[in-house]
Write a protein that binds this ligand. Structure first.
Ligand code: C2E
Ligand code: CA
Ligand code: CA
Length: 718
């Protein structure tokens, strides 16, 4: 066969109405002639082969669509020819019709064994021959079309992730094609009952569909396996017209996993793993509904960490993040580890340093305050962050459900407002959203303008709290503390107005005023014969980091004619963590002039004692929160003892502030603290009272008998 013939043949095959080729194999010329005549008449192309050899050759050259094969031919039997055709040609489906005069079942069996398609008996009824041939060719076409489409379907199915299971009306699996994602073998499930293939829920639904009840759910998700092996499947049930049911199952484990991941991203805070605002609102809403049903109260606590910005600014964001994680862990642990409380508490992070706690199942407001107090207390223990010990205090605003609102979002807003009130009230505490809220938050704005006016009118005062040397028992100095009594508000606590002054920058002129005032006072004391007193002034970071702060302070001293050694500046640890070069330069100037520097509230910040070595600092003031519990808490006692010991090693003076009872004093004396200051000796008092106290008298304005306390100090040393 030439290439051209080959092309022509292929072309004719693809023709929609091809001239079909029939190969007639018979050594009987009459039969061959008649067959050829009838078939050609009907539009077939016919070729004749008379021997077995011719037949096999013609099969290849002529490429018939159908073969009429006589059983008895020279050169071998028709059966052999059939067998050869079947093995030699890839097109094994070409119909081979055996034609024979024999009428025994034996040759029929042999014909089929040899691969014959059909069977034609001689004498052939000639007029029907074309119809028979045509019928067989059509059947072949159908078969070919079917297998083509089956192949296509098969390929399609194999590329689909789905497994397809056909379930008979009797609820048995009749067909099972495994999907691409499901390496199980095809038909593995054939013959099983739905109950053995699917979980009960799906099997039940399948039974319902088979029973013609179409109300059930047609899509189900179910798990197979346990633990890490566990996989999820989705089964869709589709009733078929013939009463059977198609179950299309798919492995949806990955889909579920990514859905869970997306949910996690959408509903949880990435840093701390706590629920975020969305989830909190959703879950909180549910909890409130339950609370409404029980007739109880719920409290929404809005927490903001005091001065968190300082951590971020001074130690960097990594440390800030670390701290937030630790706070989150402590908050959630607190509720998880308390039996009975777990179910009615929700914790979330709203962003930044803001956290919320929803506490349901409360009987009254007092319990809300108790929850706030436990939350606050849980944070007081210092956090270990990036090698620093950080002390965190929260300001907590509380809104009550249903009194303040029935809606989570609204409660959030109100608790947030109350949180500002808590900050106003000096931080590290809680405040309720209340009727007076609107007025109070207004007053925060007014506070600033009132403070400006008070500064202009000279309404600020300075009170003095004496410091006593533990070795000699003598008064060695005082701490100057700002006091402000507003005509309408009454006495406003420094913890309330100093933060506002710092935020607004008013602290700079205010602080300068204090320094001027104190310098004037030192001058008067010299004139009164109290020239040994050293006065300590609190200095805000804002003041200290202003250009020429040192110059202005030294000027004020000079104007008043006061020795610089009589002024001490109390600065906070956070100052040291800032612009180190500028700060040290300023500190050096003070030191050269003789002004002393002390670190205030030591222990609450994060500077290590070793770090202090770099700075020209003279003394440390142990924060009063440690002093407060030093005689009852082993931890606080250890901290105080360590601070005192290390300060001595660094040749720094140590002052304990907030000393309020004799036990504390005893402890401090035992550990050889240098100086003490606190209510045990005296509260901060006006200058007249102080002078009286120093002279050994009883100050009129104070309700305390300071001389008695003085006597305590003068006790012989242990
Ligand atoms: P501080 O520098 O830690 O001042 C010590 C505070 O502890 C004072 O509170 C004092 O009254 C209080 N205190 C002293 N002994 C005891 C005691 O035994 N028990 C108790 N519970 N408290 C005691 P105050 O006067 O309310 O001042 C609060 C804060 O306001 C000060 O804390 C200081 O940070 C700031 N402050 C006060 N005056 C000034 C100022 O002129 N400038 C600046 N920048 N800050 C100031
Ligand atoms: Ca101070
Ligand atoms: Ca202090």
């Amino acid at each position: 066969m030439t290439a051209n013939e080959d092309i022509a043949r292929n072309a004719s095959r693809t023709n929609r109405f091809p001239k079909r080729r029939v190969l007639v194999v018979d050594d009987d010329p009459t039969f061959a002639l008649l067959a050829t005549e009838t078939l050609e008449q009907a539009g077939f192309r016919v070729e004749v082969a008379a021997t077995a050899q011719q037949a096999t050759a013609a099969f290849v050259a002529f490429a018939p669509d159908l073969v009429l094969l006589d059983v008895d031919i020279p050169g071998g039997s028709g059966f052999d020819v059939c067998r050869v055709i079947r093995t030699a040609d890839a097109n094994a489906d070409v119909p081979v019709v055996m034609v024979t005069g024999l009428d025994d079942t034996g040759s029929i069996d042999r014909a089929y064994d040899a691969g014959a398609t059909d069977f034609l008996r001689k004498p052939v009824l000639w007029p029907t021959l074309p119809h028979s041939v045509d019928f067989m060719l059509r059947a072949l076409d159908d078969r070919r079309a079917l297998s083509r489409s089956q192949r296509k379907n098969r390929a399609l199915l194999e590329s689909l992730p789905d497994a397809i299971i056909t379930i008979s009306a009797e609820a048995l699996v009749t067909e099972h094609l495994s999907g691409a994602d499901d390496p199980g073998e095809d038909h593995a499930l054939v013959g099983r009952r739905v109950e053995d293939v699917f979980p009960p829920e799906v099997a039940r639904a399948a039974r319902q569909f088979l029973a013609g009840e179409h109300g059930g759910r047609s899509s189900h998700e179910y798990a197979v396996g346990q633990g890490a092996e566990r996989r999820w499947f989705e089964a869709r049930l589709r009733p078929q017209a013939d009463g059977s049911l198609l179950a299309i199952t798919r492995d949806v484990t990955e889909r579920r996993k990514s859905k869970a991941r997306i949910e996690y991203l959408a509903y949880y805070d990435q840093l701390t793993g706590l629920p975020n605002r969305q989830l909190f609102a959703r879950e909180g809403g549910k909890l409130l509904k339950a609370t409404a049903a029980s007739g109880q109260l719920a409290a929404l606590l809005y927490l903001d960490l005091d001065r968190f910005k300082r951590v971020n600014d001074n130690l960097g964001h990594a440390a800030g993040d670390e701290l937030l994680k630790n706070v989150a862990a402590r908050l959630s642990r607190q509720f998880r580890t308390r039996p009975g409380v777990e179910g009615v508490r929700r914790v979330a992070r709203l962003g930044g340093d803001e956290f919320v706690v929803l506490a349901a199942g409360l009987d009254d407001e007092k319990q809300a305050a108790e929850v706030a107090e436990t939350v606050r207390a849980s944070l007081t223990e210092p956090f270990d962050c990036a090698g620093h010990k950080l002390v965190v205090t929260p300001s907590i605003g509380i809104a009550i459900y249903p009194r303040d609102s029935a809606d989570v979002d609204d409660l959030l807003v109100k608790a947030d407002m109350a949180m500002y009130l808590a900050k106003d009230q000096g931080r590290n505490g809680h405040a309720f959203f209340g009727q007076s809220m609107a007025i109070r938050s207004l007053s925060r704005l007014e506070l600033e303008s009132d403070m400006r006016r008070a500064l202009e009118h000279g309404d600020f005062r300075v009170h003095y709290q004496p410091k006593v040397d533990l070795g000699s028992g003598a008064f060695v100095g005082v701490e100057a503390l700002l006091r402000w009594t507003d005509a309408e508000r009454g006495a406003v606590a420094p913890d309330k107005f100093i933060p506002v002054a710092e935020e607004t920058g008013l602290i700079v002129p205010l602080g300068e005023w204090v320094i001027g005032e104190v310098c004037g006072q030192l001058r008067r004391w010299s004139e009164m014969g109290l020239g040994h007193l050293v006065a300590a002034v609190n200095v805000s970071v804002q003041q200290f980091t202003r250009r020429d702060f040192a110059g202005r302070v030294l000027d004020a001293l000079q104007r008043a004619g006061v020795e610089p050694t009589r002024l001490e500046l109390e600065i906070t640890e956070s100052l040291l963590m800032r612009n180190v070069d500028d700060t040290t330069a300023c500190m050096k100037r003070f030191r050269e002039a003789g002004v002393t520097l002390s670190i205030d509230d030591f222990g609450t910040g994060y500077s290590s004692l070793g770090y202090l070595r770099q700075f020209p600092v003279d003394s440390l003031k142990i924060d009063r929160s440690f002093v407060k519990d030093m005689h009852t808490s082993d931890d606080d006692a250890a901290i105080c003892a360590a601070i005192i010991a290390m300060a001595r090693e660094l040749k720094l003076k140590v002052i304990a502030e907030g000393v309020a009872n004799a036990d504390q004093l005893k402890f401090l004396r035992k550990h050889r603290c240098d100086q003490v200051q606190g209510y045990l000796i005296s509260k901060p008092i006006p200058v007249d009272d102080l002078e009286m106290l120093l002279r050994g008298g009883v100050p009129g304005a104070s309700e305390y008998d300071h001389t008695a306390h003085h006597a305590v100090l003068l006790d012989p040393k242990p």
